[in-house]
Design a protein around this ligand. Structure first.
Ligand code: IVH
Length: 688
């Protein structure tokens, strides 16, 4: 579609469609969907956007609003599916139409030469070409399209059967929901690799660390975990990506793999971005060596390259073994590895009391840097590796920045060495460590006086994303703490100029800046104060959810575990941690002092203007589909107006909001228990 026309359309769409007939709405939905698909393709596949993110979001909002008004017009390939919202309790098992084979792989160039000879022999002297592609380090996916529309996406599973993850895959913006052009087969399956870019991975991990949670191991695990999440709206926020590199179809497409890749790109797929057609193995080896050198510059991890015989007729002639094609092979890059001696294991204590073991190594050169330390993650890993002080260990540096110990050379082990005994007491304060069921890490429970926990809590509190007090740094915290001026974060707000001036190297100007910075931080909104408290498992997003749900700290403090579980995205682990935090008198006393000092421990008035207490204390169950609200929005409206939403009808339910096609069992139960059954319209009157 012409871009000038697209821009005009985007500007001309106002809110006039609120009074549209169904026919008008249908035409508008069609137009908006076409525009959004076009912009999506330009942005994600061609990397050449025609409108700003803001304008894109506005168009999408319009489409969502219109589909909400006319739910019967929402199509399964609508661009609105990108934001997710489907909850999958259990993924259905699907049998692959074409088994999902893997590739033979090798780490050695000699074996590649053998492979090349086998191919040449199999083709009986015929000339052939290879296509070289990067081997993306992610999760394999097979996606079926019917009449140009995405209908199903299935994981590899055991190669024969996989999980149906369609709702989650639909949120990945580089995967088209509807194809471009017309020359695609009526039905086909396309295979590819879903992955997470390093930048996204690092952002997720820094959020996890902020919430006191252990980081995810690598982008591949993060992609795999995300793809199996139950709430597709969370998947939508995780920014997965996908390269598609193989097509299965009953109808002929092109004569060879290379041209098929060019063709499927025209239909809107993101195809391998570094691809080379090679006439001989020499060119293949050049490709391999180039990417071995340059792979760290890519935005995502690769673990090798894949070479495929190009012509389909030749692929057919070569055929398959039981496990993999004879016409393709993966050459895997070796993770660089060295051996060195484990000199000692030390333990770091984090802000939440989490203990992380660190290996201290005899310094050794690895992938261009001297390595002295490696992460050992937790006591289970130490036990599994059976790593002992004095052992010769194998150290590897993969895609991750921190090297890891991957094994022990037991042939060099001292015969008198003993298994490593994990510490039982905090190395900083001597308190006995605890390890909760289901958790991998040990914790020091002494958050009141354990020094690294206290310092860590201060650093977190003053951090940019919490109270943002940039006139204070880690050294000032240490200075103030060592002089007994601060014991918990509330003490910051009692500091005066005269407390600071006598301190070492404290100039009048910096003392003034410190006090000003602390004073200004009183204006930070509730959700940031809540995040700043550093409650375990309460990261930025959870803090926001809690702040909007409970609106002030008193309601949050008195919430039971059950009430906490009502908050969207809050599970048992978080609820228990919050209850634990607010059950401790020292925390309650600190919060009282923060309140007295004028911090924002409630939502500001302008934010509150969007809320009411019209449904205060009332419990609702929502069932069926609605015409004005989506089900999620209806639940949000209940919560914004002070009500509670639960999943099933019980004696405690006040109202059942009944939509179309609601479950008969719910209705029957509500009638039996005398629960009031109201329509969407009656609900709207309640909050009007
Ligand atoms: S082709 C029948 N191409 O690596 C051939 N696979 O170890 C299908 N992979 O199962 C695979 N990048 O999950 C192919 N450019 C690429 C790939 C690739 C990553 C994965 C894929 C495959 C596994 C084999």
């Amino acid at each position: 579609m012409d871009i000038i026309q697209l821009k005009l359309n985007s500007r001309n769409l106002g809110h006039y469609f609120l009074r549209m007939t169904k026919e008008e709405a249908s035409a508008e939905i069609e137009l908006l969907s076409r525009e959004l698909n076009e912009h999506n393709y330009r942005y994600y596949v061609l990397a050449d956007p025609a409108i700003s993110d803001y304008d894109f979001d506005k168009l999408l909002e319009k489409l969502i609003a219109l589909e909400k008004q006319f739910p019967e017009l929402q199509k399964p390939d609508s661009p609105s599916q990108r934001v997710g919202g489907t909850i999958t309790k259990e993924f259905a098992t699907v049998t692959h139409k074409y088994p999902m084979l893997s590739l033979g792989n090798t780490y050695s160039e000699d074996e590649l030469i053998d492979f090349d000879s086998r191919v040449a022999k199999g083709l009986e002297g015929e000339k052939f070409q290879y296509v070289c592609e990067l081997k993306y380090d992610g999760v394999a996916i097979g996606i079926t399209y019917r009449n140009g529309v995405l209908v199903q996406a299935v994981t590899r599973g055991d190669g024969v059967r996989g999980d149906d993850v369609t709702a989650n895959v639909k949120t990945i913006r580089t995967i088209p929901l509807k194809l471009r052009g017309h020359d695609y087969p009526k039905e086909f399956e396309i295979r590819g690799e879903i992955f997470m870019r390093r930048e996204t991975f690092n952002a997720i991990n820094s959020e996890r660390l902020d919430a006191g949670e252990p980081p995810l191991a690598n982008p591949r695990n993060a992609a795999a975990g995300t793809l199996k999440m139950q709430d597709s709206s969370v998947v939508a926020k995780r920014n997965l990506d996908c390269f598609l590199y193989f097509i299965y179809s009953e109808d002929a497409i092109e004569r060879d793999h290379y041209h098929s890749i060019l063709k499927v790109k025209e239909w809107g797929f993101k195809t391998p971005d570094h691809i080379r057609l090679c006439d001989d193995l020499g060119q293949v080896l050049e490709f391999i060596h180039d990417w071995e050198k340059n792979r760290s510059a890519l935005a995502y991890d690769i673990d090798g390259i894949v070479l495929k015989v190009n012509a389909y007729s030749q692929q057919k002639a070569l055929g398959f073994t039981a496990k993999s094609p004879r016409w393709a092979i993966a050459y895997k890059y070796k993770a660089e590895q060295v051996t060195t001696v484990l000199e000692s294991i030390s333990f770091q204590v984090g802000r939440t009391g989490a203990i992380t073991p660190v290996a201290n190594l005899k310094p050794v050169l690895l992938a261009g840097t001297t390595v002295k330390r490696a992460s050992l993650h937790n006591s289970d890993i130490i036990e599994k590796l059976d790593v002992r002080i004095g052992d010769h260990v194998f150290v590897e540096k993969g895609g991750e920045i921190i090297p890891k110990i991957i094994g022990v050379d037991t042939s060099k082990r001292d015969m008198f060495s003993e298994p490593f005994k994990y510490i039982e007491h905090c190395p900083e304060c001597g308190t006995k460590l605890v390890r909760q069921e289901g958790e991998a890490l040990h914790y020091c429970p002494n958050d009141a006086t354990c020094p690294p926990q206290i310092k860590g809590k201060f650093e977190h509190f003053i951090g940019r994303r919490a109270m943002d007090i940039d006139s204070i740094g880690a050294e000032t915290i240490e200075l103030l703490y060592n002089h007994g001026l601060i014991k918990n974060v509330a003490d910051l707000y009692s500091l005066e100029l005269d407390d600071l001036l006598p301190l070492d190297r404290m100039a009048k100007k910096s003392a003034g800046n410190i006090i000003d910075g602390i004073t200004a931080s009183r204006q930070r909104p509730f959700e940031r104060v809540l995040f700043g408290l550093g409650i375990r498992h309460v990261g930025e997003t959870v803090a926001k959810k809690l702040a909007y749900y409970f609106k002030d700290v008193d309601r949050l403090m008195s919430a039971s575990t059950e009430e906490l579980l009502q908050v969207p995205e809050i599970g048992e682990k978080i609820a228990i941690s919050i209850r634990d935090y607010f059950s401790r008198p020292e925390n309650l006393e600190m919060i009282q002092r923060l309140k007295d000092k004028g911090l924002q421990l409630f939502l500001a008035e302008d934010v509150m203007a969007g809320f009411s207490d019209k449904l205060g204390g009332k419990t609702f169950v929502v069932s069926g589909t609605f015409s004005f609200f989506s089900r999620d929005d209806l639940k949000k409206a209940i919560e914004l107006n002070g009500g509670k939403v639960t999943g099933s009808v019980s004696a405690k339910t006040d109202y059942l909001v009944a939509g179309e096609n609601m479950g008969p069992a719910k209705l029957e139960k509500a009638e039996k228990l005398g629960v009031k059954i109201i329509s969407e319209e009656q609900f709207r009157q309640m909050i009007a």
